[in-house]
Design a protein around this ligand. Structure first.
Ligand code: GDP
Ligand code: MN
Length: 390
């Protein structure tokens, strides 16, 4: 789960990390009010969307008067921001964050991820932070330093100093401040069950302060039950209505860019299905993982979600019934087809528990179904069907 920059910053403040003051606004008038409250004579107006790259896309503006705050808030609110992370359709901005301005001396990069190759929570940091970090990562990866945290020891000030020196912060008080920052970031990452915590840029101001200017936090969905206060930060406007509906039914539904709808059970089979479709030059439009606990009714609802997607030109049902029984899947498919109608080719590969009953239900349904025996065969058939060749 993602949250907005302003929400991330509220959380970071609780972990003792140094930040500028700011508040959100949903109208230009409210933005001016926030700026007045903050005082000073420079403010930054920042679009709040679940995507980075806002700076380059015009979603971060430095205002030097209250009139400019109003103008930028007017421009940004309600606009659709297209950044390199939003995809071509962009994201609509409903909230702006108004922050005090500051004088930047240097922009660094700092982040934490879990590194599966070393099995350690790992800091990444670079002297070359700011809006071009992707370029740094691609062209000069040696400029990004990595420091793993020994799980039995946890964070120590040694790690903080190693990171600070590694990115060129050497002045004693600044090293101390940076160490405090890294410790706060580590505590936040571990205590809130983050999957990614990324601060880009971390800055040094002209007066020598070390602080976070931007914040991106991502949380492990499977640990959210431990953090109701974080779950409450979810912004429905940022999430796909269909993905949320599926989640409500207890399924994972992921939207992709292609034209083949996929109904599968289990994450592994979902990946294998996606891979094999791609191998035969097809592109999944989505995959819906019904897992093991579905009923006829929920399968029917799930299948309706796939059918309602206009990008879907063919559907592949790929079920290996273990806990999930094939007859339940078949009944769900038939139910959804009766309710909405299936206008696209349907390729079905069923195996496992109650497969004979499942096949019979599908055969007797009168639906136009292409059956496949193996995954390979199924993938070839569905890719052909999506191209209108079968
Ligand atoms: P992103 O492009 O979505 O990652 O948004 P950021 O919050 O990282 O902002 C992009 C850039 O805007 C930063 O790298 C800074 O150069 C600049 N910026 C952001 N906040 C301020 C500020 O308070 N003062 C100044 N002068 N520049 C800022
Ligand atoms: Mn940034």
């Amino acid at each position: 789960m993602n949250i907005h920059e302003y929400q991330a910053k509220n959380l970071m403040r609780k972990f003792g990390m140094k930040l500028l003051h700011g508040d959100i606004a949903k109208t230009p008038e409210a933005a001016v009010k926030v700026a007045k409250g903050l005082g000073g004579n420079v403010w930054v107006v920042k679009a709040q969307i679940h995507a980075g790259g806002r700076g380059k896309a015009g979603g971060v503006k430095v205002a030097k008067s209250l009139d400019e705050v109003k103008k930028y808030a007017e421009d940004i609110l309600g606009s659709t921001l297209v950044t390199h992370q939003t995809g071509p359709e962009g994201k609509k901005v409903n909230i702006v964050f108004i922050e005090e301005g500051c004088e930047i001396e240097h922009e660094y990069y700092a982040g934490i991820v879990f590194d599966r190759s070393t099995n350690k929570i790992t800091f990444m940091a670079s002297k070359e932070g700011g809006v071009d970090i992707e370029k740094v990562a691609e062209e000069t990866p040696e400029k990004i330093i990595k420091v793993g945290v020994e799980p039995s020891v946890g964070f120590t000030s040694f790690i903080g100093r190693k990171l600070a020196y590694g990115i060129g912060i050497k002045e004693k008080d600044q090293v101390k401040e940076a160490t405090k920052f890294f410790e706060g970031l580590y505590n936040l990452y571990t205590q809130c069950d983050c999957t990614i915590a990324e601060i880009n840029p971390l800055i040094k101001t002209k007066s020598g302060e070390i602080m976070a200017l931007d914040a991106k936090l991502n949380f492990d969905d499977n640990a959210l039950y431990r953090h109701p206060e974080i779950e409450r930060l979810r912004d429905p406007a940022e999430e796909s209505a269909k993905e949320m509906e599926a989640a409500g039914l207890g399924f994972s539904y992921i939207e992709l860019d292609g034209n083949i709808g996929c109904l599968v059970n289990g994450a592994g089979l979902a990946m294998a299905t996606t891979d094999i479709i791609t191998f035969y030059d097809g592109m999944p439009a989505n995959f819906l993982d019904v897992g093991g606990g579905a009923t006829k009714e929920t399968v029917q609802k799930a299948f309706s979600i796939i059918l309602e997607d206009e990008n879907v030109k063919a559907i592949l049902v790929n079920i290996f019934g273990g806990i999930m029984k094939c007859d339940i899947i078949a009944e769900g498919i038939v139910g959804a087809a009766k309710e909405i109608g299936i206008k696209v080719p349907l390729v079905v590969r069923l195996e496992g528990t109650n497969v004979a009953i499942g096949r019979k239900i599908l055969e007797e349904s009168g639906l136009n179904i292409v059956t496949a025996k193996e995954l390979d065969d199924a993938a070839k058939k569905v890719v052909k069907a999506a191209k209108g060749e079968e």
